[in-house]
Design a protein around this ligand. Structure first.
Ligand code: NAI
Length: 279
């Protein structure tokens, strides 16, 4: 028996990375699935591969009509909506604060924050009517710690966390749970895309990102998109029935603090210097 048997899920950003891994896992666990993305080729191919319980819609999450249409598509095609995974995101504005243009600032918030807001807004009515549902938003450890992402991205993700908590207080009273996942260092095309690579190049160079992320956290990595997908699955399923307004960190401990080995190196170095002075 699957953990999402009989449920209908929409996954935004489902064509790639964490969204794709979640789409595959939700589907394998029995969900009927709408993949909503702007990468039509990959999203359509994935829906075809998964079969009749999956469907793809073109959806730019920063556009209200597109998000509403994705939810309507789930209702029309599969007869309901149980899980809304607002996962689409971009690294957006890169560089030091003086380099950030107003256009890049606005686009970063439009996808990463407005996109989440629109997903929650349009999933809410049908879920409230039925008195149940699980909404999951993708934030980031960059939303709770400085130095884990670019400035505007970090601000957007912090806003996603607080928006999640705030809305959970409203929708929880109607039986609808709202939670978020906070991934750490996960090798996906987003990392290369943020550095100016094309989508194809970003996928080809994933190995480079994996190597870079291997030692970035106490649990030896690299983490994988499916690690985040498993956390999202738990929030989507009835296993988390009493969890609402939660920010679930999935980062192998990256945001916990300084690694013990790094601390030890610093302390040993200091002890050696202190001994030198006393001799
Ligand atoms: P990815 O680049 O592999 O996947 C992102 C997906 O979102 C792509 O399929 C892309 O086409 C889609 N997308 C982009 N803009 C869109 C829009 N306007 N409308 C609809 N879809 C759009 O990247 P990844 O890493 O899987 O990102 C998924 C989420 O995870 C994002 O919200 C990201 O900020 C978040 N995240 C990722 C981390 C990482 O290390 N990879 C760390 C923390 C958070």
């Amino acid at each position: 028996m699957g953990r999402l048997d009989g449920k209908v899920a929409v996954v935004t950003g489902g064509s790639s990375g964490i969204g794709e891994a979640s789409a595959r896992l939700f589907h394998a666990e029995g969900a009927s699935l709408v993949i909503a993305d702007i990468r039509d080729d990959r999203g359509e191919a994935l829906a075809r591969e998964l079969g009749p319980r999956a469907s793809y819609v073109h959806c730019d999450v920063s556009t209200e009509a597109d998000v509403k249409a994705a939810v309507d598509h789930a209702l029309a095609r599969f007869g309901g909506l149980d899980v809304m995974f607002n996962n689409a995101g971009i690294a957006g504005a890169v560089g030091g604060v003086e380099e950030v243009t107003v256009e890049a600032f606005d686009r970063t918030l439009a996808v990463n924050l407005r996109g989440v807001f629109l997903g929650v807004k349009h999933a809410a009515p049908t879920m409230k009517r039925r008195g149940r549902g699980s909404i999951i938003n993708t934030a980031s450890v960059a939303g709770i710690r400085a130095g884990y992402g670019n400035h505007v991205y970090s601000a957007a993700k912090a806003a996603v966390i607080q928006f999640t908590r705030s809305v959970a207080m409203e929708l929880g009273e109607h039986g609808v749970r709202v939670n978020c996942v906070l991934p750490g260092f996960i090798p996906t095309p987003m990392i290369g895309l943020a550095r100016g690579l094309s989508a194809e190049e970003a996928e080809e160079k994933l190995r480079v990102v994996e190597e870079a992320f291997t030692g970035a956290q106490p649990i030896r990595g690299p983490g994988a998109p499916v690690d985040v997908a498993r956390a999202a699955l738990w929030l989507a399923s009835d296993d988390s029935a009493f969890v609402n307004g939660h920010a679930l960190v999935v980062d192998g401990g990256a945001s916990g603090g300084r690694m013990w080995s790094t601390y030890q190196e610093a302390v040993v170095g200091l002890e050696e210097r202190l001994r030198e002075r006393t001799l």
